[in-house]
Design a protein around this ligand. Structure first.
Ligand code: NAD
Length: 485
């Protein structure tokens, strides 16, 4: 099956589509039906080398352009993405299975936001001037060089743009490897950047499994590696990058708490818990999968949640009325089903879902467990699927300690009408992104990233510039040079 937006070939190198079918096949499967919609090929080592060589060749001239010129290209790319939003969203839906209702507002659009935001910042990048008496020091903000981006499968367009936009704004060039599960949209990002005026070689895409990522990370020409993926992959990539003393940004997994106090708005808290567990069929790194509900409100919360779950509309993801899609792959569904079985075995109370609907595709029901205990597997491990665990708690002190008792530290949410308690809680929560009376809003203006095992560095916001550039210090002497002899 083909569809109008399907990319022309597997890779995008030096401004052109490239095919080499000697690499391992990568089937692209539409998760809603299980159909293979395209077959791409993994990059051979020679092709990876070619992509890195192109990025290296293009980098000095790209960095030598003014920030305003680079920024204009990124902002033009943002406009093209917005103009093609529907077509790109349909492709994202085919690639990931996420409902069009979501992809129309959360994927190409958020990629465009990143291109626009960092396009705007590009012209403002600068060093500083430090007066030292007659002498002075100035700093130059310079690009790092060739960067590698490696993506996960849940937000393919967004991840490519969250890495490419700040990288390119700072004068770096990039070789990006999408997840082998969702390889299509990054190619469209490459096409659009070229159309917007980015010279060939500035943004390249190579496909492949883990070993292609490993080859990229280990290459001596690479100065920076930015990974979005799981903690086990993060460990490998960070270690490989460390041996080459490369800068890294690691956007990894989470097991985030959402804490709902008795005085919260019940309706808003239920809405946030739904967003924090079932949006993108639960395949969101920052999801609030440990929902702590204070004792006085817990039964009312579970009752209202059950009622609201009647609003789930699973079905054709290309129908804009559909609000719940399939899992991205058969394998991911099996992993999630394994966790659901463990939850029941270990004594959690299944209050919704847990099953697999009939028919083709990788469907699974939105699932809720109540009476979850902190030491159960579903309370400790990242599931990355539509499985909510509801815990009880009595006091603020107790819930803060339990919320932080995890190796992860990506996100956290607090629902309360008590202003002082809300701010006290977020001050104590060990998480890179915290929300008060909402959940999972991640605008490009706000820094995003994890504490503890959830990551290193930050994407988005002005701080991202620090992670995609380096400073050179220049001391300028105005007088004679003194020497001891
Ligand atoms: P994954 O770790 O399996 O793979 C991520 C990427 O790394 C893929 O492109 C994969 O091919 C590549 N890879 C695998 N082994 C490699 C190696 N040795 N060297 C270099 N690259 C290698 O993750 P996934 O299953 O695709 O995505 C789900 C995970 O991503 C979850 O843990 C989720 O929480 C996390 N995630 C984090 C964020 C964030 O911003 N913090 C966002 C989305 C997803």
């Amino acid at each position: 099956m083909t569809y109008p937006t399907q990319p022309e070939a597997s890779h995008f190198i030096d401004g052109a589509y490239v095919e080499d079918d000697s690499g391992a096949a990568i089937p692209v499967i539409y998760p809603a039906t299980g159909e293979t919609i395209a077959t791409l090929h993994s990059a051979t080592p020679a092709l990876v080398d070619r992509a890195l060589a192109a990025a290296r060749r293009a980098q000095p001239a790209w960095a030598a352009m003014t920030g305003t010129e680079r920024g204009r290209i990124l902002r033009r790319a943002a406009d093209i993405m917005r103009a093609r939003n529907r077509e790109l969203s349909e492709l994202e839906t085919k690639d990931t299975g996420k409902p069009l209702q979501e992809t129309l507002v959360a994927d190409a659009t958020s990629g465009a936001d990143a291109l626009e935001y960092f396009g705007g910042l590009a012209a403002t990048l600068s060093g500083e001037h430090i007066q030292m008496g007659e002498d002075f020091v100035y700093t130059r903000r310079e690009a790092l060089g060739v960067a590698v981006g490696i993506g996960a499968w849940n937000y393919p367009t967004q991840i490519a743009c969250w890495k490419a936009a700040p990288a390119l704004a700072c004068g770096n060039t990039m070789v990006f490897k999408p997840s082998e599960t969702t390889p299509l949209s990054a190619l469209k990002v490459a096409e659009i950047l070229l159309e917007a005026g980015a010279p060939p070689g500035v943004f390249n895409v190579v496909q492949g499994y883990g070993e292609v990522g490993a080859q990229l990370v280990e290459d001596e020409r690479v100065a920076k590696v930015s990974l979005t993926g799981s903690v086990p992959t993060g460990r490998k990539v960070y270690s490989a990058a460390a041996s080459g003393m490369k800068s890294v940004t690691m956007e990894l997994g989470g097991k985030s708490p959402l804490v709902i106090f008795d005085d919260a708005s019940l309706e808003d808290a239920v809405s946030a818990a739904i967003n924090a567990n079932f949006y993108s069929t639960g395949q969101v790194c920052s999801n609030g999968t440990r929902v702590f509900v204070q004792d006085g409100i817990r039964e009312a919360f579970l009752k209202r949640l059950s009622e609201r779950l009647k609003g789930v509309k699973a079905g054709d993801p290309l129908d804009e009325e559909t609000n719940f899609g399939p899992m991205v792959s058969e394998r991911q569904r099996e992993i999630v089903e394994g966790f659901i079985a463990k939850g029941s075995e270990e004594g959690a109370r299944l209050v919704a879902g847990g099953g697999r609907p009939e028919g083709a595709g990788f469907w699974i029901e939105p699932t809720v467990f109540a009476d979850v205990e902190d030491d159960m597997t579903i309370a400790r491990e990242e599931i990355f699927g539509p499985v909510m665990s509801v815990f009880g708690f009595a006091t603020e002190e107790e819930v803060l300690e339990r919320a932080n008792a995890t190796i992860y530290g990506l996100s956290a949410g607090v629902f309360t009408r008590d202003l002082a308690r809300a701010h006290r809680m977020v001050a104590g929560l060990q998480a890179g992104s915290c929300w008060i009376n909402t959940y999972n809003l991640t605008p490009v203006e706000a820094p995003f990233g994890g504490m503890k095992m959830s990551g290193v560095g930050r994407e988005n916001g002005q701080v991202a510039i620090e992670h995609w550039s380096q400073l050179k210090t220049v001391y300028v002497a105005m007088g004679a040079v003194e020497a001891p002899f």
